[in-house]
Ligand binder design. Structure first.
Ligand SMILES: C=CC1=C(C)c2cc3[nH]c(cc4nc(cc5[nH]c(cc1n2)c(C)c5CCC(=O)O)C(CCC(=O)O)=C4C)c(C)c3C=C
Ligand code: FE2
Ligand code: FE2
Length: 336
């Protein structure tokens, strides 16, 4: 009688959930920051220039000067107790807390650039028996530069596998009720703790070269929709909420209005008491803790501003974990 052939035992039958954030340097020395920036800025989803044109700029002025400046910014915001960047700390905490809420699935986390790498964490989930995988990019608003880049890295990792897990990629959640509710609760709670209600709430999002928008990237529209739903949910009138875009890099036009210009302009319009929130970032990072909380304050106060309050991101708050649980539960529909 023919015996069936045997292959090594492969664990299977589990569901993996991978939270993916942008990435961050491993340390604050210039070399670590340069390594991280090189990987980040070599991604053609981020810089859509032909490598022959881009490489001389990247390996010339950018990697020569930027790492030192960025390293300084990272040193200002580094979490010394845990010796890691806030972005990595909060992303890990989100995964740990989500795992407590979802004991029937395997929750893990990864970074698009730097460590832990997406490929390594997918391998680890497969080791734990996951043959179904949900990847949730931690960007509420879709952009080719972020969400699609996570998808690329995921597909690249699966390319190498003989037995691929069945894959789901979470849908953008800029307008998801759970996201709007988490933002509303978080902002209301933080505003209630302020001595005085701000005259204007500035909502600052990470920017994007305007050309990408012209070519069809939906990011700008997703940001605007988050703002409209959030404003309606907070019950604030249109003239007390300003949408701005920060972190412009290079000489080309980016999405407008620029955060730094609005912060310098508001006191001239007589608005001297503001709060700033950053609903495009799920976790605090160098862009919120340095660019908004430190540089932004300087700009506003130098222009004559008096009160400048910065509202933290969702981070590992209960609001955040409830939101993630709702998103993941919806995306896993039919699998559990
Ligand atoms: C040069 C092009 C860049 C594009 C396009 C871009 C899009 C983009 N980025 C985020 C979110 C984050 N970006 C962060 C840092 C950061 N971003 C760029 C450049 C582009 N981003 C650089 C060079 C850096 C490094 C920091 C610096 O040197 O100033 C971060 C923070 C990372 C951290 O460790 O704290 C986040 C988060 C989004 C959402 C986005 C497009 C929609
Ligand atoms: Fe960025
Ligand atoms: Fe920045």
């Amino acid at each position: 009688m023919n015996k069936p052939q045997q292959h090594p035992v492969v664990k299977h039958g589990r569901i993996g959930v991978l939270l993916v954030n942008l990435g961050t340097p491993d340390a604050t020395d210039t070399r670590s920051v340069r390594r991280y920036l090189r990987e980040f800025l070599s991604d053609r989803r981020v810089i859509e220039l032909h490598p022959l044109l881009w490489a001389p700029v990247l390996y010339g002025p950018i990697l020569m000067f930027r790492p030192r400046k960025s390293a300084e910014a990272y040193r200002k915001i580094w979490l010394k107790d845990v010796d890691e960047s806030p972005l990595r700390y909060y992303t890990r905490r989100q995964a740990e807390r989500l795992q407590e809420r979802l004991p029937d699935v395997e929750v893990d986390w990864a970074m698009r650039y730097g460590t832990p790498a997406i490929r390594d964490r997918i391998d680890a989930l497969i080791e734990r028996g996951c043959d179904r995988l949900l990847v949730l990019p931690l960007y509420p608003q879709y952009s080719a530069t972020t969400s699609a880049s996570v998808a690329d890295a995921t597909f690249d990792a699966l390319k190498k596998l003989r037995w691929q897990p069945t894959l789901r990629l979470a849908h953008p959640w800029h307008d998801h009720p759970a996201h709007i509710q988490a933002l509303t609760h978080s902002i209301q709670r933080q505003l209630a703790e302020l001595e005085r209600e701000p005259e204007v709430l500035v909502l600052s999002f990470h920017g994007l070269p305007k050309k990408y928008f012209d070519l069809g990237d939906p990011y700008y529209c997703h940001c605007q929709k988050t703002v409209r739903l959030l404003r309606e949910s907070l019950g604030w009138p249109e003239d007390r909420v300003r949408v701005t875009f920060q972190s412009r890099l290079g000489p080309t036009e980016w999405l407008q209005p620029y955060t730094a210009e609005v912060l310098a302009q508001l006191p001239k319009e007589g608005v001297t008491n503001i709060a700033v929130a950053t609903p495009g970032f799920v976790t605090d990072c160098v862009e919120t803790l340095e660019e908004i909380a430190i540089e932004g304050r300087e700009i506003f106060e130098e222009a004559g501003g008096e009160r400048y309050d910065v509202l933290p991101c969702l981070n590992d708050s209960d609001d955040s974990i409830e939101m993630l649980e709702a998103l993941v539960t919806q995306e896993l529909g039919g699998w559990r």
